[in-house]
Write a protein that binds this ligand. Structure first.
Ligand code: ATP
Ligand code: MG
Length: 588
């Protein structure tokens, strides 16, 4: 069943998505919902086999956990609300008894509940369990085919330990297994430091397949010692331009709402200013917290760092953080704020009498802002700024790293190095969870001194279906896909050029059979189509070797074409089998 398309599907923006649809690998059933057609399923099974092989060799045990997950488990971990309300991504439903159930987006809750039940003594530890399974996430922006689906295949593994040392050694072993998995899948993947949420300090790495279509931005140093997701990256900011000496004074700044406008009109550098963002955080405990964030004028806010800082400061999970709008102020019965002229000392009295918000601001300031001895900022009166202010008379600020690191910044580990950027597709993530879930779900074991202790945990994911498409993104050309041999649906395609020619048919079928007999995954194109059509299709579907049985069949010769290089040679048919065998053998 090979149904290829000549035209690029209208909804497919990136090459890998276009090629998988055109090559008859996947079909869209709904937004973010795809059918894996038979050849795709072969690719996915090859990837799964590699993953299983590597994880089994670490001693991990394969399991299969339920996709229907009772809400009360997620209530215990405190994640039900965050995952089901607002921008929450968990599909959820009510069963006939009126009980809430979620469709598994991930399995920390289920596995921790099980571990608490099953792993009672340090003698049973360590244990690593994994599964390969369909996950469900109601993504806000499903796109790029399998890259961001609402139903996708994931390998997720969870490890349980009695000590931090033991967790770290499994984490390292998993990192090494991941490197081998991606290499065997023919992928160039880099490990980068990743955000680990509000639990500061927990180690976490993402595996990125570098590709222009990647949704993540990676920052790396040229000495190879630093690589991080921009969400997490830190760097040295450029030095600030000092402000001239002089007494504090008010600047009239009509229509100077942005830092650019303010600087242009008053002959300032952005690094001489402090900008203040006014935001509202919704927390999982129901609080609605107004926030003032101060940044040096030339810096950009990093949303992930902000969410982590807010969560840490308020000891609650953040559901969402958004800029405060005039409309919201109206709904809270609050007066208009002096937007465009707000300073870090905007008074808490601005919030007096509000309906549901907390009555004070959480004041967070990035280090770059706090380190300015003197600066220009909003005067909290419309169309006015204040020149030459200091932090002395300001309300207390919580110091945090909130700025976005950027390409060109100097590196923290070595200021002579600068960061450069590239885009990446996250295909895997490893994470030392620590006791976050075991504490919440009361998963305890008896340690060697007879005491009860919460289990230490690690979790390790690979996006199997995303990885398959990422491989195409990394391995294709104008003519189509060029599967890495390790995960190709077939190793070889035998194309009989002219089905009316019985010599070609006999030789082709015989050769095809000899591949099968040798245990090589082979496909036979014996369709009654023009040779040109078959060659185009073979290029499109991207099988590593193509054997064409054509004009020279009478002399027992066939043409062998290597998909990756498109180089072709005409050789006796007996040698074709050996050539393909050799290529598989050298790979192993
Ligand atoms: P992302 O940041 O891309 O949304 P994530 O950090 O939420 O991913 P994890 O929870 O770490 O993802 O899931 C493990 C792996 O599953 C990811 O590394 C990624 O490869 C894959 N994955 C996550 N979401 C999707 C999706 N919607 N479609 C396909 N694969 C996905
Ligand atoms: Mg992740």
């Amino acid at each position: 069943m090979l149904v290829t398309l000549r035209d690029v599907p209208a909804d497919a923006e990136i090459p890998s998505h276009q090629l998988l649809v055109r090559g008859g690998y996947i079909r869209r059933i709904g937004s973010g919902i795809y059918a894996y057609l038979p050849m795709m399923w072969r690719v996915l099974r090859k990837i799964n086999a590699i993953v299983r092989d590597e994880l089994n060799s670490l001693g991990a045990l394969e399991t299969l956990l339920p996709q229907l997950q009772p809400a009360d488990l997620w209530e215990k971990s405190g994640r039900w609300q965050g995952y089901t309300e607002g921008e929450g991504i968990m599909f959820h439903l009510e069963d006939r008894q009126g009980r809430q159930i979620g469709l598994g987006p991930t399995h920390e809750e289920v596995i921790t509940e099980l571990a608490g039940d099953l792993l009672r003594s340090y003698r049973q530890l360590p244990v690593t369990l994994y599964q390969i399974q369909t996950k469900f996430r109601d993504e806000i922006r499903p796109r790029f085919g399998l890259m961001r689906g609402r139903e996708f295949i994931m390998k997720d593994a969870y490890s349980f330990h009695a000590s931090q040392d033991d967790l770290e050694s499994t984490y390292q072993a998993m990192a090494a297994a991941y490197a081998r998995i991606f290499q065997r899948c023919g992928l160039e993947a880099v490990a980068v430091d990743a955000d680990s949420g509000a639990i500061g300090g927990a180690a976490s790495q993402e595996y990125m397949v570098t590709a222009a279509a990647g949704e993540d931005l990676i920052l790396t140093s040229s000495d190879g010692l630093y690589a991080a997701n921009q969400e997490k990256a830190s760097s040295l900011p450029a030095p600030a331009q000092p402000l001239d000496d002089g007494p504090e004074r008010i600047l009239e700044t009509p229509n100077q709402i942005s830092i650019e406008q303010l600087c242009a009109a008053n002959d300032l550098e952005p690094s001489q200013t402090v900008k203040v963002l006014v935001l509202l955080a919704r927390l999982d405990d129901g609080r609605e917290q107004p926030i003032l964030v101060s940044l040096r004028g030339d810096q950009d806010l990093n949303d992930v760092k902000l969410a982590n800082a807010v969560s840490r400061s308020l000891d609650a999970a953040v559901l969402e953080i958004r800029p405060i709008s005039e409309n919201q102020l109206c709904q809270q019965d609050l007066p208009e704020f002096p937007f465009g002229s707000i300073g870090p000392d905007l008074s808490d009295s601005m919030l007096k009498g509000c309906r549901s918000w907390q009555g004070h601001f959480l004041r967070l300031a990035d280090a770059t802002a706090l380190d300015l001895p003197r600066f220009v900022c909003g005067a909290n009166t419309k169309d006015q700024h204040c020149w030459g202010r200091t932090w002395d008379a300001m309300p207390a600020q919580i110091r945090a790293d909130l700025r976005t690191a950027q390409a060109g910044d100097q590196c923290v580990h070595d200021p002579s190095q600068t960061l450069s950027e590239c885009r990446g597709i996250e295909v895997g993530h490893i994470f030392q969870l620590g006791r976050k879930y075991s504490e919440a779900l009361d998963a305890r074991f008896t340690n060697s001194s007879g005491q009860q202790e919460a289990l230490l945990m690690g979790c390790y994911g690979i996006g199997i279906s995303r990885l398959a498409q990422a491989a195409v993104e990394q391995h294709h050309d104008d003519a189509g896909i060029s599967w890495p041999a390790g995960i190709a649906p077939f190793q070889v395609i035998v194309v009989i050029a002219k089905m009316q020619d019985s010599t070609q048919v006999t030789l082709g079928e015989g050769l095809y059979q000899s591949f099968l007999d040798a245990g090589i995954d082979a496909l036979l194109d014996d369709r009654d189509e023009r040779a040109g059509v078959k060659f185009k299709d073979a290029d499109l579907i991207g099988i590593p070797w193509r054997i064409v049985v054509g004009r020279d069949a009478g002399e027992g010769k066939v043409e062998v074409v290597e998909r990756s290089t498109r180089s072709s040679t005409s050789i006796p048919h007996q040698e074709a089998l050996q050539k393909v065998k050799d290529s598989i053998f050298t790979r192993l």
